[in-house]
Design a protein around this ligand. Structure first.
Ligand code: 4NP
Length: 156
C-alpha cells in the first residue's frame, strides 16, 4: 500500500507547511522521497493561494528547509480519498476534520504529535506570537516527523 500524508492546521501558512517541508526533506535524505506523497492544507480558506508566512519561511530556512514553493489551500472532502494519513496540528483542527470524515475513510486521522516524543499533543499556533513560537513549531515538528518515519511502516 502506498502512503500519502496530509498535514492540516488552521491557515496552512505556519504549522502545516512547516511539517510538509520538514517531512519532505527527511524523506528525501533517506531516499524515500518517491515512496510517500506529502501535502498540507488548512481548515480555513483565508490564506488560500498564499505562500507560507514569511516568519515560518525564515525560521525553517535557518534549519535548511525551503518552504518557498508551497501554497496554501483549504482541506476538502476529496482529501479523504487521496491521503492515507491525515494529521492535524491541534485538537480544533482534528475536530473540524472529524466533522468532514466520510464513513468509509479507512486511513488514519490523528494528531501529528501522537508520533512525537516530547509529551505534547498539540503544535501551538505561532501566528500571533513571536520568534520563539516558530522555533518551538520546528522543534516539535522535527521530532514528530522522525517518529512518523519510524512508525509509518514504509516498504523496504
Ligand atoms: P497556522 O497559523 O494555522 O499554523 O497556519 C495561522 C495562520 C493564520 C491564522 C491563524 C493561524 N489566521 O487567523 O489568519
Amino acid at each position: 500500500m502506498s502512503i500519502s500524508v496530509l498535514f492540516v492546521c488552521l491557515g496552512n501558512i505556519c504549522r502545516s507547511p512547516t511539517a510538509h517541508g520538514v517531512l519532505l526533506r527527511k524523506l528525501s535524505e533517506r531516499g524515500l522521497g518517491q515512496r510517500v506523497q506529502v501535502d498540507s492544507a488548512g481548515t480555513g480558506a483565508w490564506h488560500a493561494g498564499e505562500p507560507p508566512d514569511r516568519r515560518a519561511q525564515r525560521h525553517a530556512a535557518t534549519r535548511g528547509y525551503d518552504l518557498s514553493g508551497l501554497g496554501a489551500r483549504q482541506v476538502e472532502s476529496a482529501d479523504f480519498r487521496r491521503f492515507t494519513h491525515i494529521l492535524a496540528m491541534d485538537r480544533a483542527n482534528l475536530a473540524d476534520l472529524e466533522q468532514m470524515r466520510p464513513a468509509d475513510f479507512s486511513g488514519e486521522l490523528a494528531l501529528f504529535l501522537s508520533y512525537g516524543s516530547r509529551g505534547l499533543l498539540e503544535v501551538p499556533d505561532p501566528y500571533y506570537g513571536g520568534a520563539q513560537g516558530f522555533e518551538e513549531v520546528l522543534d516539535l515538528v522535527e521530532d514528530a516527523a522522525e517518529g512518523l518515519i519510524a512508525r509509518i511502516g514504509l516498504p523496504a
